[in-house]
Design a protein around this ligand. Structure first.
Ligand SMILES: Cc1ncc(COP(=O)(O)O)c(C=O)c1O
Length: 388
């Protein structure tokens, strides 16, 4: 079967040496990052402090636009930060948790860092309502919707669940939240770049994530989309000079907020990480997420079919419409098997209650999927023989 997307393989050096199936954790590095890092050093070395005015100051907002175009965000609505947890802090700092509307509602399938952050906000008056889920794979949507009530302020939920790749019903969550006057913070870390998202069609209030997984952008860049009308009103208390209307006046006293995206930023941005993020974003923007999604649905189905042949339990939805880019497979001694897979250059990961996670991306061949499953089978047979 011809696969147009395989033409991008030479752009990713690690594909020559490994079966790279771990894009849910760290996407493969595009070759262009070598040049981007060299250019960064050259700019610093030759332009010195002039680099801020010539290029660096706007970079945080420009990279925000490159991320925003993948989610159909209008220009200048996406600010960049270090990570998703920091994005939660920026959002939390826009609200007052001492009034009656102070509930924060999410499910126990959220990424733990996000939950740790909101649990800690209980000291500032936030009331956390964590909805329990049942099977470790899906989120019972109605149960989550029922928990969102008139006292709910924020609903910070993952779009795609990191353990199982279940796709939350973002449209239903936004609809219910808005009906009762609550706002949704959609964590699109595990969706943007592999599952299409349109923040304007969803009318979602906030969307956040990072570039290091499906966007092949490396560690250090988180992003925060804020709905344009909210963006003009909100005043983050976690703020700094980048958010000031006239940062270089170095005024004394309270800040005068500028417009988004700088309004949601604070101190000096992480220039090297922003530069490193660009080659991956360029490739994903060029391909388009719809094409990536088509291939991903086909390849994840293939992985499930191969795992079924071995009789392994699948901890991922079988319905392709409910499934993101990852297939989680439960196998005996999954953690040790995962270590052995890494030793044999099959790069995947292990997560408790998920098993081994395999995440093909646009650059993977079908043979690599077959190889990954084949090597898991080999390791399990060897272990069985060894233990008699
Ligand atoms: C859904 C989701 N949210 C957040 C994170 C990470 O959060 P942070 O960027 O704060 O490290 C991950 C990382 O694995 C994730 O899968």
């Amino acid at each position: 079967m011809s696969d147009d997307l395989l033409k991008y393989r030479p752009e990713f050096p690690i594909l020559e040496r490994t079966t790279y199936m771990i894009s849910n954790s760290l996407g493969a590095m595009p070759r262009g990052v070598y040049e981007a890092m060299h250019d960064y050093a050259e700019t610093w070395a030759t332009r010195g402090v002039r680099a801020w005015e010539e290029h660096w100051w706007m970079l945080a907002a420009e990279v925000g636009n490159e991320i925003g175009s993948l989610m159909n965000a209008p220009q200048w609505c996406v600010s960049t930060h270090q990570n998703v947890t920091t994005c939660q802090a920026v959002i939390a700092s826009c609200f007052d948790f001492s009034s009656k509307r102070n509930k924060v509602v999410y499910t126990d399938m959220n990424f733990p860092s996000v939950m740790y952050f909101w649990e800690a906000q209980q000291d500032t008056g936030a009331r956390v309502r964590m909805v329990k889920t049942d099977d470790g794979i899906t989120v019972p949507t109605q149960r989550l919707l029922d928990a969102i009530d008139e006292e709910t302020l924020l609903v910070p939920v993952s779009h795609v669940i990191f353990r199982s790749a279940f796709i939350n019903d973002a449209a239903a969550i936004v609809e219910k939240a808005h009906k009762v006057g609550a706002l949704v913070v959609l964590d699109t870390f595990q969706s943007l770049g592999t599952v299409p998202i349109d923040v304007q069609a969803l009318n979602v209030d906030f969307a956040c994530g990072g570039v290091l997984k499906w966007l092949c952008g490396g560690p250090g860049v988180g992003y925060l989309y804020v709905r344009p009308d909210l963006g003009k009103k909100l005043k983050p208390r976690f703020t700094g000079w980048m958010a000031h209307e006239n940062p270089f006046a170095f005024e004394i006293g309270a800040t005068r907020y500028t417009d988004p995206p700088f309004r949601f930023m604070n101190g000096t941005p992480h220039i090297p990480s922003l530069e490193a993020a660009r080659p991956g974003l360029k490739i994903i923007n060029e391909i388009g997420v719809a094409q990536i999604r088509n291939k991903s649905q086909r390849q994840t189905a293939r992985l499930i079919a191969l795992a079924d042949q071995h009789g392994w339990k699948i901890n991922t939805p079988r319905d392709p419409e409910q499934r993101g880019g990852t297939v989680s497979i439960e196998i005996p001694d999954a953690q040790e098997v995962c270590r052995e897979l890494l030793r044999r250059d099959v790069l995947v990961d292990y997560r408790p209650k998920a098993g081994v996670r395999l995440s093909p991306h646009f650059y993977n061949t079908d043979q690599e999927l077959d190889n990954a499953i084949g090597v898991i089978g080999e390791i399990l047979s060897e272990r069985q023989l060894a233990t008699g």
